[in-house]
Design a protein around this ligand. Structure first.
Ligand SMILES: Cc1cc2nc3c(=O)[nH]c(=O)nc-3n(C[C@H](O)[C@H](O)[C@H](O)COP(=O)(O)OP(=O)(O)OC[C@H]3O[C@@H](n4cnc5c(N)ncnc54)[C@H](O)[C@@H]3O)c2cc1C
Length: 414
C-alpha cells in the first residue's frame, strides 16, 4: 500500500487522488453507472477487484486507522475523495454493511487481533462482512434474540436461525448475536460472535423480494462451533457491541458514515429522481402542481444532505449524544419516501403500465420504497430512540425489563 505523505492538505490529497483515479479506475457516466445488482455474485467479485486496486493505490479506508490498514485521515479527506471519484467505477456495494457497519463496529469493540485481521482483510478487498441480527421471531426487539450459543469444552456451539441478512450469500463472516445466558434479563445474556459464513453448520437460503431481487438471505445455524477468538467484546456483553452496531447502522442508512467511500449511486438504483424529465415525458412540464410537488421533494433532499454534516459534527463535538445518528436515518427514510411517492404521483398510471419509458422504473422503485423505513431498524423504532435518548422523554413501558429471559414469554400463544 502506498503511504500518505505526512501533513498533506485536503486539497493536495484530492489532487493526488484525481491523478491516481484517472490512471487506475474505470471512468463511468455517473448518470448511468454500470449495473451492479447486489444479488449477483459477479457484482461482488467486481467490487472486490476494485477494492484491491484502491488498497494497492493507497486510497482504501481513508477514515480507518493506519494500524488496521486505513489512512487515519479525517472525514474531510473522505469527502474530497468521494467528490473526486464521482465519475469512476467504485466498489460501492462494499460500503454497507461491510465498512460502514461491521468494520466500524469491530473498530469500536473488537480485539486487536480481530481488527488487524478483519478490517485489514476488508480494506484489501479480501473479506466481505455482514450482519446476522434479525431472527424469524422479530427484528425490532433485537435484545430478544433466541439463537443460542453454548459452551462445549473450549468451543462455543451456536444453534438458531437468522433472517433478512443483506448479501450474506457473498460474505465471508457475519456478526452474529446469540444468547449465552438465559438466567439474566435479556440485555445481559447476549454475546456477539464473528461467524464464518462458509461453516458447514450454516445452511443459507436466498429470499426473493417483491421486486425480484434475491439479495436477502436466511441462515439456519446447526451446531456452528467457533472458538473464543470469535467473541467480539466480552461474553454476555454482546448488547454493548450490538448497540454500537445499531449506531453505525443508523448513520450508514442515513448516508452519514465517514467509513463509506465513493458517493455515486449503486448500479443506478439510488440515482435521484429526475422530476423535470418525468414531468416532460408525461406531458406535465407546465403543470404548477407538479412543479410544487417536485420542489417540495427537492428541498427535502437538500435538507437531508445538510443534516448529515450537522449531526456528524454535533455528535463528534459532544453537542448531541451518539443516538442522534438516528436523526439522519429517520430523515433519510422520510426523504426517500417523499421522493418516490412524488415520482409516482407525477408518473400516474405510467408507473404501472410502463408508458413513457421511465414510468415503470418509478413503479419498481415504489415497490421497494418501504425498505428504507424498515432496514437499519424501523422508522417507529428510530422515533423511539430519538424520543428516549436524544430528547430524554420517559422510556416506553416494556413488560420484560429486569426479568430473567427464561421467564419471559416469547413466541407463544397467550
Ligand atoms: C433493506 C433491509 C436490509 C436489512 N438488512 C438486515 C441485515 O443485514 N441483517 C439483519 O439482521 N437484518 C436486516 N434487516 C432486517 C431489519 O433489521 C428488520 O426487518 C427490522 O429490524 C424490523 O424487524 P421485523 O421485520 O422483524 O419487524 P418487527 O420487529 O416484527 O416489527 C413489526 C412492526 O412493529 C413495529 N414495532 C415493533 N416494536 C415496536 C415498538 N417498541 N414501538 C413501536 N413500533 C414497534 C415495527 O416498527 C414494525 O412496523 C434488513 C431489513 C431491510 C428492509
Amino acid at each position: 500500500m502506498t503511504s500518505v505523505p505526512s501533513a498533506e492538505s485536503v486539497a493536495e490529497f484530492a489532487d493526488r487522488a484525481r491523478v491516481w483515479l484517472a490512471d487506475n479506475m474505470p471512468r463511468i457516466d455517473p448518470a448511468s453507472p454500470p449495473a451492479a445488482p447486489r444479488d449477483d455474485e459477479r457484482s461482488w467479485q467486481r467490487a472486490r477487484e476494485l477494492q484491491k486496486r484502491l488498497y494497492a493505490g493507497g486510497f482504501a479506508g481513508i477514515c480507518f486507522p493506519r494500524e488496521y490498514g486505513g489512512l487515519g485521515l479525517d472525514y474531510e479527506y473522505q469527502r474530497a475523495f468521494d467528490e473526486a471519484s464521482f465519475s469512476y467505477e467504485m466498489p460501492l456495494i462494499l460500503n454497507t454493511p461491510t465498512f460502514t457497519i461491521c468494520c466500524a463496529t469491530l473498530l469500536d469493540t473488537g480485539s486487536e487481533a480481530q481488527k488487524k485481521q478483519h478490517i485489514w482483510a476488508a480494506l484489501r478487498g479480501d473479506e466481505v462482512l455482514v450482519q446476522l441480527l434479525s431472527e424469524p421471531s422479530g427484528g425490532s426487539d433485537l435484545a430478544g434474540v433466541i439463537t443460542r450459543a453454548e459452551r462445549q469444552g473450549d468451543r462455543w456451539v451456536i444453534n438458531g436461525a437468522k433472517t433478512w441478512s443483506t448479501s450474506a450469500f457473498a460474505a465471508d463472516y457475519g456478526l452474529c448475536l446469540a444468547r449465552t445466558d438465559w438466567d439474566v434479563p435479556k440485555h445481559d445474556g447476549l454475546t456477539m460472535f464473528l461467524v464464518p459464513i462458509a461453516h458447514p453448520g450454516i445452511t443459507l437460503r436466498r429470499i426473493t423480494q417483491v421486486n425480484g431481487s434475491a439479495e436477502f438471505c436466511e441462515e439456519f445455524l446447526d451446531g456452528v462451533d467457533v472458538g473464543d477468538d470469535a467473541v467480539v467484546g466480552e461474553v454476555n456483553a454482546g448488547w454493548a457491541v450490538a448497540s454500537r452496531q445499531l449506531y453505525h447502522e443508523r448513520r450508514a442508512v442515513g448516508q452519514g458514515s465517514e467509513f463509506a467511500s465513493g458517493s455515486g449511486s449503486e448500479g443506478g438504483h439510488t440515482i435521484p429522481v429526475d422530476y423535470a424529465g418525468l414531468a416532460a415525458k408525461t406531458g406535465q412540464a407546465d403543470n404548477e402542481r407538479v412543479k410544487e410537488m417536485a420542489g417540495r421533494a427537492l428541498v427535502h433532499r437538500a435538507v437531508a444532505e445538510q443534516l448529515i454534516d450537522h449531526v456528524y459534527r454535533s455528535v463528534r463535538d459532544g453537542a448531541l449524544p451518539p443516538a442522534a445518528g438516528t436523526l439522519i436515518r429517520l430523515f433519510h427514510a422520510e426523504t426517500v419516501t417523499l421522493e418516490v411517492d412524488t415520482a409516482l404521483s407525477i408518473a400516474g398510471s405510467a408507473g404501472v403500465v410502463g408508458q413513457y419509458g421511465d414510468g415503470l422504473q418509478t413503479g419498481f422503485r415504489y415497490l421497494s420504497r418501504q425498505s428504507v423505513a424498515i432496514g437499519g431498524g424501523t422508522t417507529e423504532m428510530a422515533r423511539n430512540v430519538i424520543g428516549e435518548r436524544v430528547l430524554n422523554f420517559p422510556r416506553e413501558y416494556t413488560a420484560d425489563r429486569g426479568v430473567p429471559f427464561n421467564q419471559v414469554r416469547h413466541g407463544q400463544a397467550r
